[in-house]
Structure formats: C-alpha cells, structure tokens
Design a protein around this ligand. Structure first.
Ligand code: DGJ
Length: 730
C-alpha cells in the first residue's frame, strides 16, 4: 500500500510486514526516513536529528544553518560532489567538465500495477498485485531529471526499485555512475552477508560485521560472476534463521555490478548497488534517457528464513514466466559428464534408452554436436550439425530419441566464437577486441560483440534454423569465459563506456526473442555452471545450472548459499557418477539423489554403467521426485542447519502452503561408531496437526516435532542421507 501525505511530502510504502518511508524536506532533499518492521503512518523524519558537524558542508540554501549537511542526513538517492562525501549513487559529467550531481525533489506520480523497464528484466505484476510510485528529482543546473521507481508487492514484503535518467537540457551529458538502489541506515551495528567463491564453488555464504569505511563485492568480468553474487544481506549482529531484522537486496542484472556498503564517521551506513562504475560511461544527448536495471529488497523482521521465503515466493510468482512457472519441468539426463565431446548418435541414443526406462523424461545433448567441435578449441560460432558425428543431422537423431518417449534438448553457447571456425574466418571484426592489441583467450575462445545487432541477428538466425529443424523442447544456454578487451567496432570512441552494458542488453534481447518465438522451449541458463546465476537471467531462463561441481557434499554448500535468495526450482542439480568428476569423492547414490532433488532435477552420467540395484534406486528417486514435485518446487523452504557451521549433518525442509505435507532432507557428514543421539527440530509445521511419518504408523503432533524434534536413525558409512515425508492426518 502506498500512502501519500501530500501536505508534508511524505511517501510511505507499506507491505504486509514492513514499512518504507521517504520525505522531501525544506530544501527539497529527498530524505530516507525509515525501513523496517511495519508501523503506523506517521512522520519519521524526527528520527534524524541534525547537529553541526565540522568539515561537513552546508548547502547554499541552508544559509547560516550549519546543522544541516548532506554529509550526515540519510538520503534516498545520494548525490556527488556537492557536500555528501559518502558513496554516491550517481555521477554526471557535464559539458563544463564538472563531475557533480545535485538532486532535488520535483514531484511524484502513481502508476497502475507494476512499472515495466523496456529491454530489461524485472518483477511483473498481474492486475492489481502491485503498485507503482515514481518520484522525480532534478538537477536544475544540469537539466537532468531522475525518476525513482518503486514497485510495491505488498503480500511478498517486496519493494522493487529502478532509476531513469532523462537529459532535458540542450547539451550532451555523460552518466559515469548510476546505481539502482541506495539504502541509508542511521546505524552501522550491522552484519553484511555476501555470497562468494569461485568456479566449482559458487555462492558460499560469508558473514562479517560492518567496519568503518567501504566494503564491497562486485564483478568486472562482464557477467555477474562465480566470484560474487548480486545479492547481499545487511542484518542485526545476532540475526539468525528465525530472529533479527534483515534486509536482502538483489540486483536483477547479469553483467558488471557493485554492491558497496559504507560505514561513515558518525556510524551510519549506506548500501549502494548497481552497474559497476568501471568502464561505464553512458552518453545522453538532449532528450535521451538511460534506465538502470531493477533492484529488489525484502526486509524481514524475523530472520533469514522468512526473508528467503518471501524472495522465493516473489521470484516464483512474479519473475519466472509462463509456461514453466507453473508447468512441471521434465527430469532430464545430460550426456556431458558421460561422454564429453566423444560421442556418436548411437551412443546418445543408448544413454537416452537407459534413461527412458528409468522414467527420465528429457534427453539433453550437450557440447560437441556442431561445426568442427571435437574439443574446446574449435567450432563455436558455427551452429550447424556436425554430420560426421551425427549422420542425417537432428532430423535423424531427434525422432530416435522421441521414439523412446523422451523429449529432446540441445546445448548452445551463442555469445562465443573460436578462431578456428567459419564464423571467425568470415567476420574477425565481430569479436570484442581493442585496436592494436591481441585479445585474451578464455577456454580457447573469444567473445562475440553482442552489443551489435548484426552479430546477434546472425547468431539468432543460425539457432532458429536449428530449432526449426527438429522438435526441440529445451536449450542449455552456456557462456564459458569472462569478458576482456571490451571494445566494439560498432561504436565511436566516446561511446566505448557503453559496451559492457550494451552487451548485457544484447544477451537479454536474444533471450527475449527466443522466448517470444519459442515460448514452449525451456531454457536453462549456464555460465560454466553458476557464473551468471542472478535475477536478470531468471526472467529469461527459469532454471540455471547451479555449478559445474556435481559432488553432492560440495553442492550442499552451493545450494545452501544459493537458497538465501533463489528458490530451489531455479537451481539445476544433477546426480552424477562416483568417484565424482570434480573432486573424486565417493558418496552414496541416495545422498546424490536427495541433494539433487532439491533443485531442477536430473542425471548426468552413463546410466548404462549402473548395476541393476542402482537402476532400481534411480527408478525410485525419479518416482519420488515426481510424487513430491509440487512440494519441492512450490513449498516453503526452511534451512534447518548450515553446512558451513555443522559438519555432522546438513538438513533442510519443504512445507506445503497449507502445512499438510512436509519433506525433510538430511545429509550426514562422516559417521562415527556409536555416534551420539541427534534430534532435529522441524520448522513451519502446524503445531496442532498430527503428522504421520511416511511408511510407518507413527504419529507426532506438529508441536512435538518442532519443540522436541525428530530423532535421527543411526546410519553407517560416510555421507549417508535420508528423507522423511510427513503427512497431516485429518
Ligand atoms: C560448461 C557447463 O557448465 C557444462 O555443464 C558443460 O555444458 C560444458 N560447459 C560444455 O562445454
């Protein structure tokens, strides 16, 4: 609900459990007055007590009032070079050479439903599920107007934000920084949580107290990256899964980003999040507009668990798009770890035949089917079937797979090219490269200049021809290197600071075209695993390959960290062979199944090599996953323990909305002889329901299971796992 107090110029956004407030003050500065637990309508600017501070300048209009300084007051969108020395949200280069931006309140408007950002991903609403407030700020000297957009999804405690910059003057200005979100706090006794690490170990949770100065995460790799995720949390020092206030902020963007927090001299803090300013400079001719990508915030007064569940609900309902937001996604088998580049049509059909017999529904042909691709040194860019490997092409292969009762899916890496390819030989100028330098290779490949429409059109036409040549139900869209040598032959020198962002817009453009022309095709995002796992990609690809690390124990950490923002239905997760290809670890098949089942489930192994007993177990896993699909994908997710803190077990749970069904998942660490008792207290159950434990006649009340807990069976061997399904009895 948006509440306007026009006389006092106060804007209050209420969600079910939270309140967010701004106020335009006597100097037309837009103050940020409050964000936290829901409270009544009132003027919260009284929380800001101005006092004279040396070396904190006073704006000209303040005259002799030395108590008022932009350097100290909490603001809605911070300025640059005019008295606030903390993190700026915007930086303008004006024709005079000045690098200042001074923004004052101009007005507001309400829009029906949720605003839309042309060419950019964003949360969307249907009918009246969201409201929009737009506040205009203006830099009068620069003749630049900023529109701050707020989308309020009341039932999800979700507030989205975006920024539009409009040059209303008669001269060209340059935008050197334009954040999507600025969030000021009057306190700094907060912890910051970020999700970091590297390829094969993405989104590991890292928590620490804010310290004086600036702390930040970000990416200048052209993708949101394996190393850091565009999602951060600020929270009470003692916040945990169930208590404490926490603020989650995500950026729906798949390129360079920065999320920085500054703890200022007077123990305030400011979070600024948006496109990374490195090599970002957007030229705005008179009348032109720039739109910064969307950010979204959830505040939970009750710990991380509730914050995550609100993000999950909002992402499932308002970010993922039809048809796969509701349709059941097929269980797949992917041939990558089974064959790598070394396969024939018969070998693929054999893997598919084994999979079909076990109830698996989709066969995915991974890398190696096109051009001259027999290893990773050649072929990228030539999206034509390699007829030596696959005689008769997809026209021959796909009917064989479909004849087994399976759907067919295909791997592509549209953004890349190998120098050993027909495409590169024909268009060497289509890659990102700086004049006079040889471009760096990554995995032996170069990056196509996706900021150029002619390049995208060429790739799209090739991919479209493939999609039209056979009945294809799924695409895995991969991307296997970071961007370097970012320079485009399609833009003049003074526009080169736009290339990183134009590249991302180009990726979105192609994905949108695919979605529009082939809405039934399920697209799985991938970037060497989870190097581009963000809210931007999820708008186009409802699932993303979570990591190239398929080891179940490493995956516990990766999927745990990922779950703080993103719902399990978005996390591609496969059972693979042991010893694991990435770390050599041997885990039981049941453990691999339980871990992968809390995701977009599949297998990635040569099922023909499984014993009859393993096949029986796989058949059971497949049936179990199908039976509990609704609960796993649409249920509420509870983290019961952290794989980072507890080596003895990792547990999590899915609970149906009516609390009548519960799936408890537990993976143990190393087991020991005569191990101690272990009880697990469940969460989110209805205390007065009686729950029956699957396969037994045992009944426990929800209260007992949440207060006293459930006792683990004693198990043997390393990394055993079990799943318990509970059903409420009428
Ligand atoms: C990286 C992906 O993450 C893998 O799953 C696989 O598709 C390879 N690329 C293929 O080159």
């Amino acid at each position: 609900m948006i509440v306007l107090d026009q006389d006092n110029r106060i804007f209050t956004l209420h969600t079910r459990n939270t309140t967010y407030q701004m106020k335009a003050d006597q100097y037309n500065v837009l103050l940020h007055t409050y964000y936290g637990s829901r409270i009544d309508n009132c003027d919260l600017s009284g929380l800001i007590q101005c006092d004279g501070r040396s070396f904190s300048p006073n704006p000209n209009e303040a005259g002799s009032n030395r108590n008022y300084s932009l350097d100290v007051i909490p603001q809605e969108y911070s300025t640059c070079g005019v008295g606030d020395f903390r993190l700026p949200s915007i930086e303008l280069e004006l024709p005079s050479g000045s690098h200042t931006a001074d923004l004052r309140y101009e007005g507001f408007r309400l829009e029906e439903g949720k605003y839309i950002l042309e060419g950019l991903p964003g949360f969307y609403s249907v009918e009246d599920e969201a409201e929009t407030l737009v506040i205009s700020l203006k830099d009068s000297a620069a003749q630049v107007t900023l529109e701050l957009y707020y989308g309020v999804f009341e039932n999800f405690d979700l507030i989205t934000r975006a920024v539009r910059v409009i040059n209303q003057g008669t001269e060209t200005v340059r935008l050197c920084r334009c954040a999507s979100l600025c969030l000021d706090f009057l306190r700094s006794d907060l912890d910051m949580i970020t999700f970091n690490c590297h390829h094969l170990m993405e989104r590991c949770l890292d928590r620490g107290p804010l310290r004086s100065g600036i702390q930040s995460v970000g990416s200048v790799r052209g993708t949101s990256s394996h190393q850091h995720n565009p999602f951060v949390i600020l929270c009470d020092r003692n916040a945990d899964e169930d208590t404490g206030i926490c603020y989650g902020a995500m950026l729906l963007y798949s390129g360079n980003f920065e999320a920085a927090v500054e703890c200022s001299q007077y123990e305030e803090s400011r979070l600024v999040m948006g496109i990374h300013p490195y090599h970002f400079c957007w030229t705005l001719a008179p009348g032109e507009t720039f739109t910064a990508p969307e950010a979204a915030m959830v505040c939970s007064p009750n710990g991380f668990g509730e914050m995550s569940r609100q993000f999950h609900r909002a992402i499932r309902k308002h970010l993922l798009r039809d048809p796969y937001k509701n349709e059941r996604k097929p269980i797949l088998v992917n041939n990558w770890e089974a064959t790598y580049f070394d396969f024939t049509a018969d070998r693929l059909v054999e893997i598919a035949r084994e999979a079909a017999a076990l109830g698996i529904e989709l066969f995915v042909m991974d890398d190696g089917w096109f051009g001259s691709r027999n290893d990773d040194n050649s072929g990228l860019g030539d999206w034509k079937v390699n007829l030596e490997k696959l005689p008769g092409g997809l026209e021959a292969l796909v009917p064989r797979i479909k004849g087994l009762g399976m759907k067919f899916g295909i791997w592509v890496e549209p953004e890349m090219v190998n120098e050993d390819s027909d495409l590169y030989r024909m268009h060497p100028d289509w890659v990102l490269r700086v004049p006079g330098r040889f471009p760096s290779r990554g995995r032996g490949q170069l990056v196509l200049d996706f900021s150029r429409k002619d390049v995208r059109d060429h790739i799209y036409d090739q991919i479209k021809a493939i999609l039209c040549s056979a009945d294809i139900s799924y695409i895995k869209w991969d991307m296997n290197r970071s961007l370097t040598d970012v320079w485009s032959a399609g833009l003049p020198a003074w526009r080169q600071g736009e290339v990183y962002h134009r590249y991302v817009l180009g990726v979105y453009d192609l994905l949108e075209r695919l979605h529009r022309d082939h809405p039934q095709i399920l697209i799985e995002g991938c970037c060497g695993g989870g190097g581009r796992f963000d809210g931007g990609m999820l708008y186009y690809t409802p699932q993303i390959w979570c990591s190239d690390d398929t080891d179940a124990i490493d995956r516990l950490r990766i999927q745990y960290g990922t779950s703080f923002c993103y719902p399990v239905c978005t996390m591609g997760a496969h059972v693979s062979a042991v010893p694991n290809e990435q770390n050599g670890r041997i885990t039981p098949l049941e453990t691999r199944g339980i871990t992968a089942m809390s995701g977009a489930f599949g297998y990635e192994m040569d099922l023909g090599k499984c014993t009859e007993d393993e096949k029986r177990k796989i058949r059971c896993q497949v049936e179990r996953y199908k039976a509990h699909y609704g609960l796993i994908h649409y249920g509420d997710y509870y983290r019961l323990s952290s794989p980072f803190q507890d080596n003895s077990y990792t547990a999590w749970e899915q609970v149906s909305h009516d609390q009548s069904e519960v799936l408890v998942n537990v993976v143990l660490g190393c087991t020991h002889a005569t191990s101690p008792f272990c009880t697990l207290r469940l969460k989110g159950l209805n205390p007065s329901f009686q729950y029956q434990i699957d396969g037994t006649g045992t009944l426990y009340s929800g209260k007992v299971l949440m207060k006293a807990g459930y006792s683990f069976p004693q198990m043997q061997g390393d990394y055993p796992a079990f799943q318990i399904y509970l059903k409420a009895i009428e």
